[in-house]
Design a protein around this ligand. Sequence first.
Ligand SMILES: Nc1ncnc2c1ncn2[C@@H]1O[C@H](COP(=O)(O)OP(=O)(O)OP(=O)(O)O)[C@@H](O)[C@H]1O
Ligand SMILES: [K+]
Ligand SMILES: [Mg+2]
Length: 682
Amino acid sequence: MSSNASSQLKRKSMLSSAILNQALIQSLIKLNPVTMMKNPVMFVVEIGTFIVLLMTVMPGYFGTEDRVGFNFTVFLILLFTGLFANFAEALAEGRGKAQADSLKKSKQEITANKLTGSGIKAVPSTELRKGDIVKVSQGEMIPGDGEVIEGLASVDESAITGESAPVIKETGGDFNSVTGGTRVVSDSIKVRITSDPGESFIDRMISLVEGASRQKTPNEIALNILLTTLTLIFLIVVVTLGPIADYVGVELDVAVMIALLVCLIPTTIGGLLSAIGIAGMDRVTQFNVLAMSGKAVEAAGDINTIILDKTGTITFGNRMASEFVPVGAASLSELAAWAAISSVKDETPEGRSVLELMKKDHLPYDAALAAGGEFIEFKAETRMSGIDLTDGRRVRKGAVDAVIQWAQEQGGTVPADLKASGDAIASEGGTPLAVAMDGHIYGLIYLKDTVKPGMKERFDTLRKMGIKTIMCTGDNPLTAATIAREAGVDDFIAESKPEDKIAVIRKEQAAGKLVAMTGDGTNDAPALAQADVGLAMNSGTIAAKEAANMVDLDSDPSKIIEVVGIGKQLLMTRGALTTFSIANDIAKYFAIIPAMFMVAIPEMDALNIMALGSPLSAILSALIFNAIIIPLLIPLAMKGVAYRPMSSQKLLSRNLFIYGLGGVAAPFIGIKVIDLFVHLFI
Ligand SMILES: Nc1ncnc2c1ncn2[C@@H]1O[C@H](COP(=O)(O)OP(=O)(O)OP(=O)(O)O)[C@@H](O)[C@H]1O
Ligand SMILES: [K+]
Ligand SMILES: [Mg+2]
């Protein structure tokens, strides 16, 4: 992949002339009845078009010699109705196809250095299989998706994420996953390949943006059934008009009956339905989020509860040591020295920030003391990290309650002022880390973190949408409460272990709620899979990305909020245009029925409430309106209807009002205007 692929997903331009041309060609290709059949409403239009075409070219056979001009006009309008619908779909597919094409073009074969029993062998990347181990050095492309099993390197992932700053990839932890097609910019790593050819992240990305794997969502299928049923009902209505007319001695023209049928069946939404779905997924992609299915995007629109992390999602997450607070009889220098010893090998941002604070405050510590010691890595389960020194002494830092428990197990006591000092930090929204050596607690490290700006407004918005937010954090209840209040989340769970998240999700789901969450770690994977919408960070582990149904290429966990907005907009757009379409068809009834009977019984002119020019021009005008409303609504279908956050109930009644009433009124005005013009010719 070249770097020009980087901005592909983010490219904002809606239409290029290449996409337009392709869409025009596709509209013709899609006339193939086999393709058309998948859309029953438009398939009925196509059959009608064909019948009118036959009547035009073989008037002798049908006895329609006196109607050739009229029938030909009806044929053209019907043909364009189908073409417009195809164009809408093709246009929506166009951008994804263009993106997929350039992704494919830039996907090149890479030579991989595969480790074999006897050494290193150069093989083409296409020959790599799951489980193979490759070595990738500075300047080389990573030949496939995998996990770093040895070493540390900085990797340029701009090909995937569009972000030019390199990221560190290393063994273990949450940053060990690498993606094929990205480049190692310094050092070298050994990677265990985790995907077979054709199943890589880029392959999946291509088929996603291309829409090759697009399946109709359950909502779309349900709506399609409704539209097909309506079509059937109107078909029966129109067919039974024949005998009724016969009975009153009126002969109805077949082309006019077909025109009536096409006006009555829901062609507007039938023509735009798939474009709306594709465009919704496309909007998510433009946002640099890959949704594995349209179903995931729709589920996002129906979410009732969002589970969010505190650190890094609601706050900036670069939790920095900002102060040492000694307790009991300990001195500042003693506390700082043990804090530093416990952190020399702690590569977490928290650990590194302790050493930075030492440097900044010119505080000394004996780094040699830690040499040879056994590093105790931070774990969310223990909420501590530290080191076991070679002389047998053990040093820990971590969540206050965790360290208290540990120190007591070592036979120590708890300094009287520890709790008050810890609470003081926590009530400011900071995180206190206690520092202990064996049974002795020396004091606290004050970790500062800030709530991201604008969080309160975003949660207010979610509340207006009727969505509940729950913050889950491993932090203590007091810090959690302060941050929760500052950010304005509805609820929080403190001292939560990874498995608590899945419990919260299950509890909400048991109450009938749809739940969304974000995560990046392997221990988030079960919860990501359990959630209805799981958004994994691209920086996260392969397990997390596979469990989730969306991946954020920018690795910004707070994006879930916007993804929910896009999902809502998709559902709303579909609802609004369905309402509009059905309301529209009802109005056309009043234009066409009187006209139909007036052709035979001129006395029925009283019914011509719209004062249309002539019966024939009324019918043609209704049919023209029915056709051009499709391309007129394409921009709305693609962009989505404007969306103001409010509860689903309010939204529904507001949309029914606007699009229902609009749908009834639009044809009266539109048909009248078209009729003024058409009447000039007939
Ligand atoms: N490097 C570290 N060494 C020791 N203790 C740590 C370290 N990092 C975090 N802690 C302690 O462990 C607790 C839990 O951390 P964890 O990362 O699980 O959750 P969190 O970052 O506080 O919250 P969130 O789930 O919102 O990210 C922290 O609140 C802190 O007290
Ligand atoms: K229609
Ligand atoms: Mg954390």
